[in-house]
Design a protein around this ligand. Structure first.
Ligand code: SF4
Ligand code: SF4
Length: 321
């Protein structure tokens, strides 16, 4: 087997590789973003105006959800999802049906034009926020996410705290995402969370709920960076050496479906970024009536899956074991 043959690794370790019940629908609502981060796996940025999910596509997703049992959570990502003109309407539709809604927020979007009332909207709608803050140091954050991003992110977190986010018993969840700067695997999630909580509270009075540690995936911008620095093979070797079958049996694609801005279906956001559609075929929301249609089908995999299964594992909800 080739060193990076993920399918063979799964087979020899007897890891189940089919989908259970779909509980989470993750929707990449568009690639437009006000930032251009070095590790961005969707290649988002300010120039990607055209790739935004339309109202009719969102209406079709709602129609399928209305036919589907077992989905509890809709995870809205991007780009900066709030920049899609249909974002607030869509959130309203989902919340009126009692779905848990996650907004993957880059924080700085709160200070984009016409977003002055965004924190108020999110708190009133009881949307859970998952926000990236790859470090509590200005230098590391600005290196990965752009000049001035750290200061704006801190201001945004303070604003969200003022609306009740991150505070005990408020029902307004504010979770942060950490991913390493460079080629290391993330450290222990519990220890890092304690560090983050102590540091952010001491320096800025910031409160949050959970910290999710996420491994940098060897795809898109991060892959180009690895290759240009001659570090791709070392990074892949680290991931493969750290393969953890227990983490592999709990990967997020076993309970979710991912939808791209144009309505195509994928096993996860990373497969979406790599144009590897579900079942290896181009199925879209226009072909299905129920999101559970895909249960028990094999998940499409590739060498990048070693990123989800190394060490403690990695998913959009942090480490897996
Ligand atoms: S904020 Fe998120 S979507 Fe935007 S460029 Fe950075 S990683 Fe990509
Ligand atoms: S990259 Fe996607 S398909 Fe591969 S293990 Fe991770 S979540 Fe599953």
């Amino acid at each position: 087997m080739s060193d990076y043959d993920f399918k063979e690794k799964i087979k020899v370790n007897h890891v189940p590789w089919d989908r259970n019940t779909v509980e989470i629908i993750q929707i990449n609502i568009g690639k437009l973003c006000n930032q251009v981060c070095t590790h961005c796996h969707v290649g988002a940025g300010p120039g990607r105006l055209r790739e935004n999910m339309s109202r009719s596509t969102l209406e079709q997703i709602i129609a399928i959800l209305d036919n589907t049992k077992g989905v509890t959570t809709v995870d809205v990502t991007g780009g900066a999802p709030e920049l899609n003109p249909n974002f607030r309407w869509f959130v309203g539709e989902l919340r009126s049906r009692d779905y848990t809604v996650i907004d993957r927020c880059n924080l700085t979007v709160l200070y984009e034009p016409n977003q002055d009332d965004l924190s108020e909207f999110l708190s009133q709608s009881k949307v859970n926020i998952v926000a990236s803050l790859p470090c509590y140091s200005v230098a590391n954050v600005d290196k990965q996410r752009g000049d001035g991003v750290f200061d704006k992110s801190i201001r945004a977190l303070q604003e969200l705290n003022s609306k009740g986010y991150g505070k005990e018993d408020s029902g307004l969840n504010l979770d942060l995402v950490y991913n390493p700067v460079g080629t290391a695997l993330p450290g222990d999630q519990v220890t890092l969370e304690l560090d983050y909580k102590a540091k952010l509270f001491k320096d800025f009075g910031i409160l949050f709920n959970k910290l999710y540690t996420i491994t940098n995936m060897p795809i898109k911008r991060f892959l180009y960076e690895l290759k240009s620095q001659g570090k791709y093979q070392d990074y892949m070797d680290t991931l493969v050496r750290s393969f953890n079958p227990v983490a592999a049996s709990q990967v997020m694609c076993r309970s979710m479906i991912s939808i791209s801005w144009d309505g195509l279906l994928y096993d996860c956001d990373f497969n979406q970024a790599l144009s590897m559609p579900i079942l290896g075929d181009e199925a879209s929301i226009w072909d299905v009536e129920d999101f559970q249609f895909i249960n028990k089908n094999e998940i499409v995999s590739g060498p990048h899956c070693f990123g989800c299964t190394a060490g403690a594992g990695s998913s959009c909800g942090g480490s897996l074991v």
